[in-house]
Write a protein that binds this ligand. Structure first.
Ligand code: ADP
Ligand code: MG
Length: 367
């Protein structure tokens, strides 16, 4: 490893994409606008940040810039004053929004021609890093707390369970006994999943075929699927499906996604398992940054109730559930398993139409 760069590579910061963040924050773009509001020049960094071609902008009205930026420049022109550290959110496409920190300067004193300068800094990855760190922090706290709690609860449960079973056996048909037993089962499953989540078991990586893992996961969920007469569309298109993975953990993750899909659907819904190989340019922007691009996409979609937009960002948080009997741990565990496999997961949904979970893997070149 080279120590010549100012930033010595270090595993902890590399994992968070720290160097990428520094890069993004240090490179700034510049847009110049004259007193008539026309763009006089645009640095290559600004063009690439705004995903716009300089030729389409130079000499044109500044209103052609993305609306929030155009409006800030307009205000600076009209009020004849600079603006410092304005954070603007720009929507690039369906998958991506960008956070830009903008400083607007007014240069030149009359009678010299005046120039308005907008200096753009990309804060997107810095914001993402901030968010990831706070999520890691919360997860670490939850992890430590739940590990100790789960052990205590599990021990206490043994006594309560034995007592309840004995009582129910002595007076069968007692409604309350059934309820107590059902609730105890639920607690047991929560505690079991908490222990799984808290006690990190490192994946044992070996070459596995994703198509085989998916088929096995389907078999594990078969009972729930046939109970609801769920139709299966199994559409495996990926040419290369070998990945370095822990088949048991990957199965657990896919079963979570499949069971969620089944739970979201009524009788007769359709579950689709689709795989395909992707060229790097087909990947969503966030996945394109750094490292070899993931190229194998697994999509698990359903025709269920879908996910309201306000829930999308909370879906993977531990204990987030909308189900009466849910634990809210399934997706937290699932994401963690995929993260340990360097796979990314994303979700798309339309309420009442269904949901689609996509997982992006880097396939092995040669198994
Ligand atoms: P649980 O299934 O115990 O509720 P999960 O972590 O597996 O916990 O899921 C969290 C929440 O995400 C669910 O309660 C549900 O609201 C939502 N969800 C997950 N998958 C789907 C899906 N395929 N369709 C609709 N909602 C879903
Ligand atoms: Mg679940």
């Amino acid at each position: 490893m080279s120590q010549e760069h100012g930033f010595a590579p270090n595993q902890a910061i590399e994992g968070l994409g720290f160097l990428g963040v520094l890069n993004d924050c240090l490179a700034c773009g510049v847009v110049c606008v004259d007193e008539q509001g026309h763009i006089t020049c645009l640095s290559p960094e600004a063009a690439s940040l705004l995903r716009m071609h300089p030729q389409r902008l130079v000499g044109k009205p500044h209103e052609l810039l993305p609306a929030p930026l155009a409006s800030l420049i307009h205000d600076a022109l009209v009020a004849d004053k600079p603006f410092r550290d304005h954070d603007l959110e720009l929507r690039l496409d369906d998958m991506e929004t960008m956070v830009l920190r903008v400083n607007v300067l007014r240069l030149g004193t009359p009678p010299q021609p005046r120039l308005t300068l907008a200096i753009l800094n990309d804060l997107t990855s810095a914001r993402r890093l901030e968010f990831d760190i706070s999520r890691l922090d919360r997860l670490a706290n939850i992890g430590a707390l739940s590990a100790s709690m789960a052990h205590e609860i599990k021990n206490a449960l043994v006594a309560v369970k034995t007592f309840t079973e004995l009582t129910v056996a002595q007076s069968p048909g007692a409604d309350l006994g059934d309820v107590a037993q059902r609730e105890l089962k639920r607690i047991e499953s929560i505690v079991g999943q908490m222990l799984k989540f808290a006690g990190p078991s490192r994946p044992k990586l070996a070459p596995v075929r994703i198509h085989e893992v998916l088929d096995h996961s389907l078999r594990l969920a078969q009972h729930q699927m046939s109970q609801k007469a769920i139709r299966l569309r199994r559409d495996y298109q990926a040419a290369a499906d070998w990945v370095n993975g822990d088949d048991y953990q990957l199965e657990q993750a896919f079963v979570n996604l499949i069971l969620n899909a089944v739970e979201a659907m009524g009788v007769g819904g359709t579950l689709t398992l689709h795989t395909c190989s992707l060229a790097p340019e087909e990947l969503p922007g966030a996945l394109r940054e750094g490292g070899p691009p993931p190229q194998l996409r697994v999509t698990i979609s359903d025709t269920g109730v879908g996910i309201p937009a306000e829930n999308l960002s909370r879906l993977f948080e531990p204990f987030f559930t909308t189900k009466r009997e849910g634990t809210g741990l399934g997706l937290a565990i699932t994401r963690r398993i995929f993260e340990e496999h360097h796979a990314a997961i994303s979700v798309e949904s339309e309420v009442n139409r269904g949901a689609s979970f996509r997982v992006f893997f880097t396939p092995l070149q040669r198994p």
